[in-house]
Each structure stands twice: as structure tokens, then as C-alpha cells.
Design a protein around this ligand. Structure first.
Ligand code: PLP
Length: 405
């Protein structure tokens, strides 16, 4: 049976070139990057080179890149580290206020739960609404900003829908407010973006985006699971959240994971180099897939038709339950994803879809295909061929749910 992997937003395989680059750092060059002898120097040099590769891909300086274990950790460090730094500063100034954060209601759990943690600590958070395609409106961000707003955190590409958020527009708004804050002695607003689903396909130059903090992950860009990075613009206040040694410019303690850091450096170099060509290929494949899938009665597009990353095609299938759809697709050799998360045995509709105004009963029919650089037209055509039968079977299995013939 054919096996077709269309869940690249969940994770990607390690690129053979990436694997080759990281391999020597397990056995031959296994040194601890903090030690002074040649093994250590070799490891340190490799970490430095990877830092330069990540910095180059983001248009940043190497000193502004911190290696972490994943995007979740980067996001937590950005949010909690900045909130704590600003609070300490305000306490010193006897300002008597608690920093306020602005984020959106469609962020990944890593962002939402980190914000919820801060709320429990007494910080204030505003969750911006989105429209029916999952887009944040910069005007809503403007309305939400208060004198004590210290951080705005908006994702670049949504992992469930592929919708791209207006990062540059929000940056312009923040810059304008920050100029007026200079004269009123208020601290500036810092801007974070979760670019986990963006770095492969969109230009993530930090100056172009105007962000002070940017989180990314290795396993979405053909590096292994367990490595991430956080870009921190020079001068952005951060209190480290993991205490111990002085690694990563004293911002993230713990012995550096040299092979994985090397892998992330190589992976980001490769995705940046091949971005234009892969984007062109995936745009074509995604269009073909969407056209084919949307011919099935009772199926609609979920994400934004234009403002969308090239690798995510997401749909709502009427009268079909997402998790079962995945199992039936798996029987046909196809790996896809549904927005539903199985919590304590109950299928809970995705917070992203409910935030987009999709009623829970409809949200259960969520289906996401996420493409990768190695997918082919034949694979897409196979999905288009088998999906109608899978949906028909599902609807037959749940006739009461099923108003569609
Ligand atoms: N943010 C987004 C948009 C994601 O898609 C993911 C993973 O799916 C994460 C954050 C978390 O990434 P990691 O697995 O590296 O912690």
C-alpha cells in the first residue's frame, strides 16, 4: 500500500543533509561546548556556526539567537522572561502596575497556556478575536493596547488553518505607539511572533517583520525533534526561566545539545536556500489538492484563501467526524490531521475553529493536510481519488448526523 505523509505541520522527517551534518557530533566530536580543551573548542565552534546560520536566516546578529529545546520553550521564555523583566523594572521604579500582554485567541497552546500561567501570577492578558478566516484585525490590537501593555504576541502562520497574520501591520502600529511613549516616559511595547509554521516558507527577516522576539522549532523544518531557537533583539529585557550554568548568554542554562544545534543551523540554511522553489511547488500542489477536495459536496475551506502559507490546506467536512476520518484515511495509507484534540476521552473542538465562529458540531469535521517538500503530484492525486469514498463511508456510518446525500 502507498504511504503518503501529509502531516508536515505536525512534524517533518530529518533531511539527509541535516542528518549528515549532525552525525559527527554524537561520537567523534562529542565534547561539551563549555570545556577549554580541543573537544570543547570543536563543539563550541559548531554551536557558533549554527548560531550564525540561524541569525543569517532571520537577518539577525548571532548574539541575538538563543538555542532552546523547542518552540514551546522559546515561547515560554519570551513571554515569561519579558513579563518578569518588565515587572522587576516597574517595581524598581515603584510604578505600582502589572504588565499587560496582548495575544490572539487562535495561537498555539504553547502561547495560550504560557499567557494563562502569567494570568494566574497576576499579569493581565487580552485575547484578540479573529474573523471567520482566522485573521486578527490590527484595529482590534490597537483598541486592546493600554498604557501598561508590555508585550504583543501574535503568531505568523496558524498551524491549523495556515492563515498568515498581519505581522508587519501590527508592527507599524506598535512602532507608532512606541514613538509616542518616548515622550510620556512609558516603557515600549515589545513584539513577539511564533514563527514555528512560517520559517520554511515566509521571509522571517526580523527587521522586515519588526519583531523583538521570534520563536521557531527544528522539527518543522527537517531537523530533529528537541531543538528550537528564540531570537531576542538586542536590548530586549528578558529574565531567564531556567537557572544553572551560564550557557546561551546566561539566558538558558544547560549543556548545549551540540548535534541538534548543528542540525537546526543546517536545516534553516537549507529551507532558506530552497524556499522559493519549494514554495512554488507546494503552492501548485496545494491548489490542486484544494480544487479536488472542494469538489466533494459539503466540504469547505477553513483558512484564508489568499493570506495563507503554501503548505497547509484545511477544510471543514460536513457531517463527518474528524478523528474517524483520520483513521479511515490511515487505512488508505494517508497521514493527515484534524483540529480536534482528544481530552479525557472526549473530543473537544479546536479552540482555533471555535474562535473563528465555527459551531462545535461543525468543527468536529475538521481536516488538515499539511504538505512537505517531498510530496508529489501523484500523492495528491491519490488523496483526491480516495477521499470522496472515505467521506461517503463516514456519512453512511453516521446517518443521523448526515443531511448530505
Ligand atoms: N507553535 C506552533 C504554531 C506550532 O505549530 C507548534 C507545534 O505544532 C508549536 C508552537 C510548538 O512547537 P514545539 O513542538 O517545537 O514545541
Amino acid at each position: 500500500m502507498k504511504k503518503i505523509y501529509l502531516d508536515n505541520a505536525a512534524t517533518t522527517p530529518v533531511d539527509p543533509e541535516v542528518f549528515e551534518a549532525m552525525k559527527p557530533y554524537f561520537m567523534e566530536r562529542f565534547g561539551n561546548a563549555s570545556t577549554p580543551y580541543s573537544w570543547g573548542q570543536e563543539a563550541r565552534k559548531a554551536v557558533g556556526q549554527a548560531r550564525e546560520q540561524v541569525a543569517k536566516a532571520l537577518g539577525a546578529k548571532p548574539k541575538e539567537i538563543i538555542f532552546t529545546s523547542c518552540a514551546t520553550e522559546s515561547i515560554n521564555l519570551a513571554h515569561k522572561g519579558l513579563a518578569e523583566a518588565i515587572l522587576r523594572q516597574w517595581e524598581k521604579e515603584k510604578r505600582g502596575e502589572i504588565p499587560h500582554l496582548v495575544t490572539s485567541s487562535v495561537e498555539h497552546k504553547a502561547v495560550l497556556e504560557s499567557c494563562q500561567h502569567l494570568e494566574k501570577q497576576g499579569y493581565k492578558v487580552t485575547y484578540l478575536p479573529v474573523d471567520k478566516r482566522g485573521l486578527v484585525n490590527a484595529k482590534d490590537a490597537k483598541k486592546a493596547i493600554r498604557p501598561e501593555t508590555a508585550l504583543v504576541s501574535i503568531m505568523y502562520v496558524n498551524n491549523e488553518t495556515g492563515t498568515t497574520e498581519p505581522i508587519e501591520e501590527i508592527d507599524k502600529l506598535i512602532k507608532k505607539i512606541n514613538v509616542s511613549r518616548l515622550t510620556s516616559h512609558l516603557s515600549p511595547i515589545y513584539f513577539h511572533t511564533d514563527a514555528t509554521q512560517a520559517v520554511q516558507y515566509l521571509d522571517c527577516n526580523v527587521d522586515k517583520l519588526g519583531v523583538d522576539l521570534l520563536s521557531l522549532s527544528g522539527h518543522k523544518i527537517y531537523a530533529p525533534k528537541g531543538i528550537g531557537a528564540l531570537y531576542i533583539r538586542k536590548g530586549t529585557p528578558i529574565v531567564r526561566q531556567q537557572d544553572g550554568g551560564g550557557q546561551e548568554y546566561k539566558l538558558r542554562a544547560g549543556t548545549e545539545n551540540v548535534p541538534y544545534i548543528v542540525a537546526l543551523g543546517k536545516a534553516i540554511e537549507l529551507v532558506t536556500r530552497n524556499r522559493r522553489q519549494v514554495t512554488r511547488k507546494l503552492t501548485r500542489l496545494k491548489d490542486r489538492l484544494s480544487k479536488g477536495v472542494l469538489k466533494i459536496p459539503g466540504v469547505e475551506l477553513k483558512g484564508h484563501p489568499k493570506k495563507c502559507a503554501p503548505h497547509i490546506a484545511s477544510f471543514i467536512v460536513d457531517s463527518a467526524e474528524g478523528e474517524t476520518m483520520l483513521l479511515l484515511l490511515s487505512d488508505k495509507g494517508i497521514a493527515a490531521s484534524s483540529g480536534s484534540a482528544c481530552t479525557s476521552g472526549l473530543l473537544k473542538p479546536s479552540h482555533v475553529l471555535t474562535a473563528m465562529g465555527i459551531p462545535p458540531e461543525k468543527a468536529h469535521g475538521s481536516l488538515r493536510f499539511s504538505l512537505g517538500k517531498d510530496n508529489t503530484q501523484e500523492e495528491i492525486d491519490y488523496v483526491i481519488k480516495v477521499l470522496p469514498g472515505v467521506i461517503k463511508r463516514l456519512r453512511r456510518m453516521a446517518p443521523k448526523l448526515n443531511p448530505i446525500p
